[in-house]
Write a protein that binds this ligand. Structure first.
Ligand SMILES: [Zn+2]
Length: 126
């Protein structure tokens, strides 16, 4: 099964390694991709674990979420490499909801603490 994040790798060779805790994303982009895949797979725990504690209340409920994620395109990255502690990733995520298709264009901020990248927040790009 191809990974939802669009790398063309098998899921088991890509984001599943992060979802299972067998590897840690080295870059902000890898974390971004793995969080997208977690949304596609409705992996609430991973989404919470990789969301900076200052920015979430420990709750997320995707059970009734009808969003069907169609694909992820990374447009730009700034910093976010293995040696950095901050980074930005600009992406477009496509999804379908109630038979309509949408695109989410966001610039997301990430920080790395104790070797772990976290999503902080994002701004929508018009
Ligand atoms: Zn992946």
């Amino acid at each position: 099964m191809p990974c939802p994040c669009g790398t063309k790798l098998e899921y088991q060779d890509c984001c599943e390694l992060y979802h299972k805790g067998e590897a840690k994303p080295e870059t902000a982009e890898q974390l971004m991709r793995s969080r997208y895949s977690a949304f596609a797979k409705k992996n609430e725990q991973y989404i919470l674990d990789t969301w900076h504690p200052s920015e979430n209340n420990g709750e997320i409920d995707l059970k009734k979420d009808l969003t069907w994620w169609l694909g992820l395109v990374i447009l730009n990255t700034s910093l976010g490499q293995a040696g950095d502690t901050t980074g930005e990733v600009e992406f477009v995520a496509s999804y379908r909801l109630r038979k309509k298709e949408y695109k989410l264009h966001e610039r997301s901020s990430f920080v790395k603490e104790d070797g772990q990248w976290f999503y902080v927040d994002g701004v929508l790009v018009k």
